[in-house]
Design a protein around this ligand. Structure first.
Ligand SMILES: CC(C)(COP(=O)(O)OP(=O)(O)OC[C@H]1O[C@@H](n2cnc3c(N)ncnc32)[C@H](O)[C@@H]1OP(=O)(O)O)[C@@H](O)C(=O)NCCC(=O)NCCS
Length: 178
């Protein structure tokens, strides 16, 4: 298996991975929704606000995760990890955790101090995320499942409260994803 940046792969192949994985796990409608989100993330996000990581096996994309910038009123370097997809026939082999740790390593190299995600705490706690409340740090859009709002620091400090609103990139700025 090889871990790499998404920019070295075709946007079509990456979009197809997300569409297929989410169709198989959540149904066709969700597959289309997440495929569309990934398409829009790649097409509309500034290079400096998006990091995609890809896992390949025999030159085929078998996993992908995206980190996009989360901005605050104060100058804090933060990214949110979403979405995450591992090809159905490659799941439960540790690839998701390896890919996420690879991505978090890239963020650390760029001196990013906070990583967020929104998902299952049971899974994402395996790679260092912990539940936070919106009284500590506000999500950019109203959350339908606030228990899935997760964060970790990348500089060894404890999570500290941040005042004011957070802002996600344009592709994510829609309540249907939250
Ligand atoms: C969720 C997902 C990214 C996990 O990646 P993976 O490579 O299959 O998982 P790993 O092999 O790294 O980790 C396996 C462990 O995570 C657990 N796990 C896997 N998927 C899980 C999920 N959806 N929720 C909670 N735990 C999960 C497994 O039970 C296993 O636990 P164990 O080590 O205690 O036995 C992958 O299964 C996937 O793409 N699923 C469909 C799309 C999705 O739900 N994406 C996440 C939302 S954005």
């Amino acid at each position: 298996m090889k871990l790499d940046l998404h920019t070295n792969y075709s946007a079509d192949e990456i979009q197809r991975l997300f569409t297929e994985v989410f169709s198989e796990s959540e149904g066709e409608e969700e597959g289309k929704l997440i495929g569309g989100l990934v398409d829009s993330l790649m097409a509309t996000t500034r290079d400096e606000d998006l990091i995609g990581c890809v896992a390949t096996d025999k030159n085929e994309v078998i996993g992908c995760i995206f980190f996009s910038r989360l901005s605050f009123n104060t100058p804090i370097d933060a990214f949110i990890m979403a979405p995450v997809a591992i090809r159905t026939d490659s799941q439960n082999k540790g690839i998701g955790q390896e890919l996420i740790n690879f991505g978090l390593g890239l963020l650390k190299e760029k001196d990013v101090t906070l990583a967020f995600t929104y998902g299952d705490p049971n899974y994402y706690s395996k790679v260092g995320f912990q539940c936070i409340t919106e009284s500590t740090i506000k999500a950019p859009v109203t959350l339908s499942q606030p228990e899935g709002w997760l964060c970790q620091t990348l500089d060894g400090n404890a999570i500290q409260a941040i005042d004011g609103q957070s802002k996600c990139v344009e592709a994510f700025n829609d309540p249907k994803y939250w």
